[in-house]
Design a protein around this ligand. Sequence first.
Ligand code: SF4
Length: 316
Amino acid sequence: MAYQYLFGPVPSRRLGISLGVDLIPHKVCTLNCVYCECGATTDLTISRREYVPYKDVIKELDHYLKHNPAPDYITFSGSGEPTLNLYIGEVIAYIKENHSKIKLAVLTNGTLFFDQEVRRSLLKADVVLPSLDAATREAFLRLNRPYRDLDHLSHIENLIAFRKEFKAKIWLEVFILHDYNDDMDNLLALKSAIERIAPDRIQLNTLDRPGVLEGLQTVSMNKLLEIKKLWSLPQTEIIAAVLERERKASFRKDIENTILETVSRRPCTLMDLSQILDLHVNEINKYLSVLETKNKIETLNMQRGVFYQMKRSKNY
Ligand code: SF4
């Protein structure tokens, strides 16, 4: 059976072997973050709908779990904001009732937490990984480029509200980007917001894939260590380097080789590769990170977006 809404299992930095469930079509989101690995948001919305059919998602999950070893986690993530799907709570409840041994994780930007129904729909998850990159208006607008009705203050207050209601783990991801939110004002504002949210873990991340805009600059490991020291929040961790992905058991050499063969014939975008290899963009992204770190491929910015090609040797 070819799966339309499941991807992986992918080796995840945070969740071990994780089977992805994508409840949202590419690329529907409440934000249009400049660093998004999945490309620019084409449908910027806060409108909740049954974006993909609930019954088909359940059918795929049942089929996968009947014919494959259980993953460490089933993770709601993908190419947009998963809580935009009206039925996310029903899918979570179904998995908990029928496959109770598998843990559930939800990657969300948390911007729909103003809706009590959205917060309630996640209560059965084992871990929720919301993101908070901006605690000032300017950074929220520049970095996350939200749907017009969203603002940074209610984002923070609603994360606090969720913390009070959700009894399992919250791992808050904070994405740091040079010149966007790495100055002292933004870092101190983030610290005080995070203290109020009181997540179980704070996961500092930075750019390791091309973002939506050209010229974005990652921050150094030293900078991340400085931020960790500045915040002095014991639950802060820096998310491990990309090569960790390759050490995980489900990293497949055949996929890596197919990507290399494909881009050696012609440069491809992330979406091209996803269509050619029939793999989810998140899955392709993991392999691209490793191939870039190994210096086997390089990126090329063109009108249609970021292209990947074989690294050219410099024979002058
Ligand atoms: S919230 Fe996530 S999916 Fe949406 S634009 Fe930002 S990084 Fe991309």
